[in-house]
Every structure is written in structure tokens, then in C-alpha cells.
Design a binder for this molecule. Structure first.
Ligand code: NAD
Length: 349
């Protein structure tokens, strides 16, 4: 069981030191009552080096990046392990299991972990049992899924007397992302290549719609009959270019990914997440939009959209304090207290 008692710095182990995990280390270094005590990564370019040097801190941390999780967990004895290695439950499950068995709480940003019961109900049950047996909390979070198209919607329904249906969209710009994102969104392909990519599974669009929808439904007590997803190419009318892709008119600028969920044959949730490079070149304004039909109707527009990287890193680190104080088990963001940016010292439990 985690030994955290609320009177000293929370001990954090970082598992995965890429774009997100590295930025989490930098944010933890700015929080007075969080301390990085361990780091794991499989990249040989990072292993054996000082954590501060690997993530670009100005000072060394005295923490060596290890490739052996068992050694790292034993040595660090973390209160919380931040996992930022992958997107899917089966790939992060062995890491979660090992951290939990070492007595650590876990916060994981894998998209499917926002609601692991959606795609992997058996693993979710095992995760919950294991977390309870070890007296720790496991939480999936992130910007989306994890916040914009689920947690924020659930919070807004708190001022509704009735909720009939929900429509929400996250319209963002893919230009800052690297080659993996370009490939999985089909950016720079021809419409024919895009169609083939969808068939073979190399183009996936957004990961997380079923997770967001089931998280909302569980929070509101809705029993969904079905979730349907649709992916279409966004065909460019203009030339567009990023450091990783260059494209002509007629090629694919991104993926318009949508999903609907029904109760009793009626659509109750519609989510939209069109992602493309340089949307402004064709007059598309980015933003996060939520429309709730109910009593009262609610319309929220956040323009431009909440930046995905900054938001993901913030919410993972901001959830450390609620997670170390939470009761044991596998939790969703809807089970946790309202997220907040806590920068002052924690009060003793
Ligand atoms: P990244 O590719 O930049 O970094 C991943 C890091 O994890 C790398 O350093 C890699 O070496 C390491 N790694 C991978 N597998 C490992 C393993 N088995 N053991 C040890 N180290 C391992 O990716 P990123 O941009 O930091 O994102 C991490 C994951 O989080 C991605 O799958 C991404 O899709 C997801 N993500 C989710 C959200 C959300 O909103 N839920 C937001 C951003 C990123």
C-alpha cells in the first residue's frame, strides 16, 4: 500500500520520458511538494543518463533513468507513478500491474485508460481488483479523452435539472505534431490511400470516443445501446506544409472523426473531433465547443482550443494530489474531485 501520509513531498516516478512524460518531469520540478524520485524509459538514448539532463532541466536531479522497471520501483518507492508510454490498455497494463504491485498509485495518460471498461472490460476488472488489493488508486486522464469531451461535459451537467442530449466538438490544428500523428491521421495521403489506411488500421483518427461516451454515460446514469464512429478524409483545397509533411490540393489534410451514442434508438451524445494541419488556411477556426440540450440549455465555446500538450501534462500532474488521497481502486475522472491547479503546499490529510 502507498505510504503517503500528506506531510511530506509526494514521491513521483516517471514511466515514459517522451514529449508528455518529459514535460511532466519539468512541471513536477516546479511544484514544491512533489519530488521526482525515479524514471523509466526503454530508449537507449535516455537510459543511464540523469533525468534532469534527459528532459532539459537546468540542473541535474540525481535520478538516473533506468530501463529495468523492477529496479526503478524498488529503488524509488514512489507514491505515484506517471505512465506516458502508449495509447492502448493492453500495452500499458503490464506497466500498471508492476507499479501497483510495488505499492504505487498510478496516473496514466493512455487514451484507452480514460475508461478502460469500454474496450477491455476484463482487464479493467483485474486492474480494479489489483488496485484494491494493494490499497492504491489507478486513474486514466489526459486532455482528450480525459477532459474536454468528457470530464468538462459531465461537470457542466451539474447545473442542469434535465439533460436531453449532448453535442460537443474539439476542432484543433495538427501542425505542431510529429510523423506518428501525421501517419495515424492520414495527413498527406491521397483519398484512395486514406481509404486503404482505414481498412488496414494504419489510419485511426482519434483514439478515445467510446471511452469519452461511456464515461459521460456512466456519470449521468445513461445506459447506451450503441456507439457508432465515422472517419472521413478532410480534402485540402490549398497547399499546406509542416516540418513533417508537404501536400497539394486534393490530398488529405486530416481526419474528420465523429461518433454518436444512442439510448432507445435516440441520439443522446454526438462528438466531433476533426483534426487537420493549418485549418486557418481554409477559414476553419479552432476551438472546443459543448452544447447541452436540457434544462437549461448550455453552450460553451473555448477559442482557440485548449492546447493538447500543455493541458495533458497539467492535468496528469494536477491529479497527483487527489489520487494520493483517493480510496483504492480503478477510477475515472468522473469519480474524482473537481480537477484544479494546486500550486501551494498540500495540507496534511
Ligand atoms: P512519445 O512517443 O513522445 O513518448 C513515449 C515515451 O515512452 C518514449 O520516451 C519511449 O521511449 C517511452 N516508452 C514507450 N514504451 C515504453 C516501455 N514499454 N517502457 C519504457 N518506456 C517506454 O509520446 P508522448 O507524446 O509523450 O505520448 C505518450 C502517450 O500518451 C501516447 O500514446 C499518446 O497518444 C498518449 N497521449 C494521450 C493524451 C490524452 O489526452 N489522453 C494526450 C497526449 C498523449
Amino acid at each position: 500500500m502507498s505510504e503517503y501520509r500528506g506531510t511530506e513531498a509526494v514521491r513521483v516516478l516517471h514511466w515514459g520520458l517522451g514529449a508528455m512524460g518529459g514535460a511532466m518531469v519539468r512541471l513536477v520540478s516546479r511544484r514544491s511538494l512533489l519530488v521526482s524520485v525515479g524514471a523509466i524509459d526503454s530508449d537507449p538514448g535516455k537510459v543511464g543518463r540523469d533525468l534532469g539532463e534527459v528532459v532539459g532541466l537546468s540542473a541535474r536531479t540525481g535520478v538516473s533513468v533506468l530501463s529495468d522497471p523492477e529496479r526503478a520501483l524498488l529503488h524509488a518507492r514512489p507514491d505515484v507513478t506517471l505512465i506516458a508510454t502508449g495509447s492502448f490498455v493492453p500495452e500499458v497494463w503490464p506497466q500498471i500491474r508492476q507499479a501497483v504491485e510495488a505499492g504505487s498509485n498510478v496516473i496514466c495518460i493512455a487514451e484507452e485508460m480514460a475508461y478502460p471498461w469500454a474496450g477491455h472490460p476484463d482487464l479493467a476488472e483485474r486492474m480494479d481488483e489489483l488496485a484494491r488489493a494493494h490499497g492504491v488508486t489507478v486513474l486514466g486522464t489526459g486532455i482528450n479523452p480525459g477532459f474536454v469531451l468528457d470530464t468538462l461535459i459531465v461537470a457542466l451537467t451539474g447545473v442542469c435539472q434535465e439533460v436531453e442530449s449532448i453535442r460537443a466538438a474539439r476542432i484543433n490544428d495538427l501542425s505542431p505534431f510529429g510523423p506518428t500523428v501525421m501517419r495515424t491521421q492520414g495527413v498527406g495521403t491521397t483519398p484512395e490511400e486514406f481509404a486503404r489506411g482505414l481498412e488496414t488500421g494504419t489510419i485511426v483518427g482519434h483514439v478515445g470516443f467510446p471511452e469519452s461516451m461511456l464515461l459521460i454515460a456512466r456519470a449521468l446514469g445513461w445506459d447506451l445501446d450503441e456507439v457508432e464512429e465515422n472517419r472521413e478524409p478532410i480534402i485540402s483545397q490549398t497547399e499546406r506544409e509542416t516540418p513533417h509533411v508537404k501536400m497539394r490540393p486534393g490530398q488529405v489534410a486530416g481526419c474528420r472523426h465523429t461518433a454518436v451514442a444512442k439510448v432507445g434508438g435516440r441520439v443522446v451524445i454526438e462528438l466531433e473531433h476533426p483534426q487537420q494541419i493549418h485549418p486557418h488556411l481554409e477559414g476553419v477556426e479552432t476551438g472546443d465547443y459543448i452544447e447541452i440540450r436540457g434544462v437549461p440549455n448550455i453552450s460553451l465555446a473555448i477559442k482557440p482550443e485548449i492546447p493538447g500538450g500543455i493541458g495533458t501534462v497539467a492535468i496528469a500532474v494536477n491529479m497527483i494530489e487527489p489520487v494520493v488521497r483517493s480510496g483504492p481502486g480503478l477510477k475515472t475522472m468522473a469519480d474524482m474531485p473537481v480537477p484544479r491547479c494546486l500550486v501551494k503546499e498540500l495540507a496534511p490529510v
